[in-house]
Design a protein around this ligand. Sequence first.
Ligand SMILES: Cc1cc2nc3c(=O)[nH]c(=O)nc-3n(C[C@H](O)[C@H](O)[C@H](O)COP(=O)(O)O)c2cc1C
Length: 186
Amino acid sequence: MKLVVGVSGGSGIPYALSILRTLQHLNIETHLVVSSGAKRVMGAEGGVRLEELTASATHVHDDRDLAASISSGSFRTDGMVIVPCSAGTLAKVAHGFADNLLARAAHVTLKERRPLVLVLREDPLPRPVLVNMLAVHDAGATVMSASPGFYHAPGSVEELLHFVTVRVLDQFGLEAGGMRRWGETE
Ligand SMILES: Cc1cc2nc3c(=O)[nH]c(=O)nc-3n(C[C@H](O)[C@H](O)[C@H](O)COP(=O)(O)O)c2cc1C
């Protein structure tokens, strides 16, 4: 299995690291693309370093490289997740505006009708974002929010990150493990 992981400039880049590390653990081939906005957020927020993201991916692509493998539908993948997905990247995907590799790879994923999952992180949600969310939903993408549930009684930030990781990987039919699901006994 081969997944594209896009990281854009929303707050919450630790979610991306959690997902990449879990995919690495599951032996899933990953193609990582990090936007310049994401690099800016990483610098401002601290916490996750770019090297940690790239070390957890199988292949890393430059966001300016519009000739990279993942910019073509002929390069077969099993889908793409953008986490976090900024409101700006959402707008690009909603309108087919592919001026960087991240947006182009998402556009390709939609046109090839492969699973595309966008994990938004923005609050409150203004009308343009709501409209764009509906547009990508109607185009076949799955819109998620980086908002972990609490019914599994998390005891740490890592468990909150893992909750979102589990729910994102569920969308690709992958079992991340390590979380008690609703209805499961301990
Ligand atoms: C510290 C910081 C935090 C940000 N957090 C968010 C956020 O949570 N959600 C969002 O949509 N944009 C956020 N932004 C704004 C985006 O990074 C900005 O719109 C950027 O142009 C998005 O570009 P990209 O989608 O190509 O990464 C943040 C910016 C900075 C500097």
